[in-house]
Write a protein that binds this ligand. Structure first.
Ligand SMILES: C[S@@+](CC[C@H](N)C(=O)[O-])C[C@H]1O[C@@H](n2cnc3c(N)ncnc32)[C@H](O)[C@@H]1O
Length: 309
């Protein structure tokens, strides 16, 4: 059966090459007017448009880097001006714009670009293991290592903690600061947003009553050094919480970089603690999630909670 897409408008991101090219041609053959989006392959996009028009179809090529919001808005404007105020089919074929970097290249530019792909990339809610393990603690001074868009830091500040929220991404920190300000002057005043690289910069001067690391994945050498410095930054009576993607998650359909060396279980952190410490939890806690296909799955968080005497 041949589908009739006459009078429909289709946009194919990454539509100039490979599978994207085949999709553009297929949609045009079915009668759709096609916007062939490309990032760098201008010649290839022109060829696709030429081929479609030679077959009697309608197509335009539009350059846009779809990892940039401003480019996406311009792409939509150009789609409208080419084929009117409608879009019937969107094929999001462009991929790998961010993930082409290896995890070892995840520097400030990488994270700023990652955060730049959307107005917000995390849920805005505090991490569930942080809530589970610290809600009953008396507030004091906290360090949130890799604070991202600040949901954990803001949740802690709302509970009376004074927080140093540290991250390598200025984009993420700016978002956290704006959200804290929106929650009220008293919340904003309790959080310092610190722009730093935990692998090359010193941690801020402690001691802290709580040091929290949520989903910080580095090579074994880098994370061991980081854990040791975090352990040293905890005050007597204070708490360390480390939460990470548990290694067996790599064998599920969860979206995880295929870099087993960057995953660790909670006991790896526990082994670094001396007799001054009491391990409160050293777990692989199950949690429900949705995989990239939209299917429900069970994943596990590696959770280490320890208290210094
Ligand atoms: C997976 S995200 C987790 C964010 C947040 N902790 C959460 O759970 O929502 C990792 C965070 O670590 C930050 N990050 C990565 N490498 C870093 C580094 N070397 N120094 C400081 N922050 C870093 C990233 O910018 C990102 O915000």
């Amino acid at each position: 059966m041949k589908i009739d897409l006459s009078n429909k408008v289709a946009l194919v991101t990454g539509g100039a090459r490979d599978i994207g090219r085949a999709i553009s041609l297929g949609l045009a053959d079915a009668g759709a007017s096609v916007v062939v989006n490309y990032q760098a392959s201008a010649d290839k996009a022109r060829d696709v448009v030429k081929e479609i028009t030679a077959r009697g179809g309608k197509a335009v090529a539009v350059q846009a880097d779809v990892s940039k919001r401003s480019d996406v808005l311009r792409l939509m404007e150009e789609t409208r001006s080419a084929f009117g105020d409608r879009l019937d089919i969107l094929v999001n074929n462009a991929g790998g714009l961010i993930a082409r970097k290896s995890i070892t290249e995840m520097d400030e530019a990488f994270w700023d670009a990652r955060y730049g792909t959307a107005d917000r990339i995390w849920s805005g809610k505090p991490n569930p293991q942080l809530v589970a393990d610290t809600a009953e603690l008396a507030p004091g001074r906290a360090l949130d290592v890799g604070a991202g868009e600040g949901a954990d830091a803001i949740w802690l500040a709302e509970r009376g903690w004074t927080v140093d929220a540290l991250d390598i991404s200025g984009v993420a920190l700016q978002r956290g600061r704006a959200e804290a300000t929106a929650r009220g002057a008293d919340i904003a005043a309790r959080i310092d947003w610190l722009h730093a690289d935990v692998l090359s910069d010193e941690l801020p001067a402690g001691p802290y009553d709580l040091v929290s690391l949520q989903f910080m994945h580095f090579s074994k050498a880098d994370r061991t050094s980081l854990f040791q410095r975090c352990i040293a930054a905890v005050a007597p009576g204070g708490t360390l919480q480390v939460v990470a993607h548990h290694p067996p998650d790599l064998h599920t359909t969860a979206h995880r970089p295929k870099m087993p060396d960057f995953f660790y279980a909670a006991d790896e952190v526990a082994e670094l603690l001396d007799e001054d410490w009491t391990v409160v939890a050293c777990d692989a806690r199950p949690r429900s999630a949705t995989d990239p296909h939209g299917d429900p799955i069970s994943i596990h968080d590696a959770v280490l909670v320890a208290r210094r005497s």
